[in-house]
Design a binder for this molecule. Sequence first.
Ligand SMILES: *[C@@H]1O[C@H](CO)[C@@H](O)[C@H](O)[C@H]1NC(C)=O
Ligand SMILES: *[C@@H]1O[C@H](CO)[C@@H](O)[C@H](O)[C@H]1NC(C)=O
Length: 193
Amino acid sequence: MSSAVLITFLVCVGAVYSADDTSGPVFVREPPNRVDFSNTTGAIVECSARGNPPPAIIWVKSDGSLVGDVPGLRQVLANGNLVFPPFRAEDYRQEVHAQVYACLVNNSVGSVYSRDVNVRAVVTQFYDTDVNKEYVIRGNSAILKCQIPSFVADFVSVVSWHTSQKEAFYPGAPDGTLIRTYCFSSGPTILSN
Ligand SMILES: *[C@@H]1O[C@H](CO)[C@@H](O)[C@H](O)[C@H]1NC(C)=O
Ligand SMILES: *[C@@H]1O[C@H](CO)[C@@H](O)[C@H](O)[C@H]1NC(C)=O
């Protein structure tokens, strides 16, 4: 008799507990605000969330429309990740590769939108850097600027300066007196969290 009472009590507690246990979705991994990538690397944009019941993970565009697969160019995985595979230059599509996305997570309790995810793909292409001559009076300072073509300027950064005598200068190194300087830059840079 007493064990039957105990079992009834446990069942009641269990039912109350599970009713209280539902919770709205919370991001475990919210996607970054910017995703820049090159056509040779592609990109994976991660989005995951927890909640009870486990939330659905849906990708939407800024106009609210649902994001689906575009064969070879964009794939929405079951785990919530948005995948942009490497693509050939001629397959570039602005509505896929230069687009504002958001990750929407929802369950029966509620829904949450991620921040805007600005996706931007670039097609790898040759570029060169240059330095203009600067004339300066002995004892004074000169500022040399690394000339980077505008079509890659957003995606590369200057990593070092080099002289014709094979001296190398890196950010944070002590100032040197440079005669004939070359600059090198690296890229494309892929930004993600
Ligand atoms: C990316 O574009 C460059 C330039 O057109 C091309 O040489 C390269 O093969 C492309 N990458 C892929 C994976 O198709
Ligand atoms: C989540 O949002 C999608 C898209 O708006 C909707 O179709 C779906 O019914 C929602 N799911 C829940 C559990 O509310």
